[in-house]
Design a protein around this ligand. Sequence first.
Ligand SMILES: [Zn+2]
Length: 210
Amino acid sequence: MDAVAKGARRPRSAIGGRLEPLAEVVVSLHRGRSLDVIREVRTIRSHWNGLVRPEAFATAALFAETIDLFCEADLAMPEIYALLTAAVAAVAGSEAPAALVPRFQLRLLHALGLAPADDACVRCGGAFDQHGAWLDLEAGGLGCELCYGVRGDAHALSADDVANFRALGAERGTGAALHGTVRVTRAADDLITWHLGRRPKSRALMHELS
Ligand SMILES: [Zn+2]
């Protein structure tokens, strides 16, 4: 949603002090002609101390921007809201925040129903063998060696990568992984870029700061 916080930059503004980036807040709004006006803000959770580190802030900004690009304004998406609040908290408490990006990206794609099929070959339905699998962005899934082996190294995932790919996309609990392998990290990022048609701007900020 978009709203203005009038007078928020004044030193004694009660609103300004509570509108920290990525803080979870309850706001009361006055409906304006084009933009709503914020009248009151109550903080539920703020991880500001954990987020003021450059890498943490860049990572959390990337999460927020990615969700903003995928979601429509004014359309409530509770599952994605929960994903973002958990991800921001994890970033604030992490020693290596950027390492959390691939799991966030794959969990987001799952929540949006855009995650690639990873249980069987997207072309022939066959299982993956010891040679792993290949990510086919256009087909929206992983493919087997028989169908995709000729592609060589392009978007190739080893058997371990395939297991990591599934574990990163899995819900919290048994079998879930927190960190991605090098190739799965690249695959998750490429998936996001492919669905959005471009790279989020905060991606560049992350590379500068981390
Ligand atoms: Zn196949």
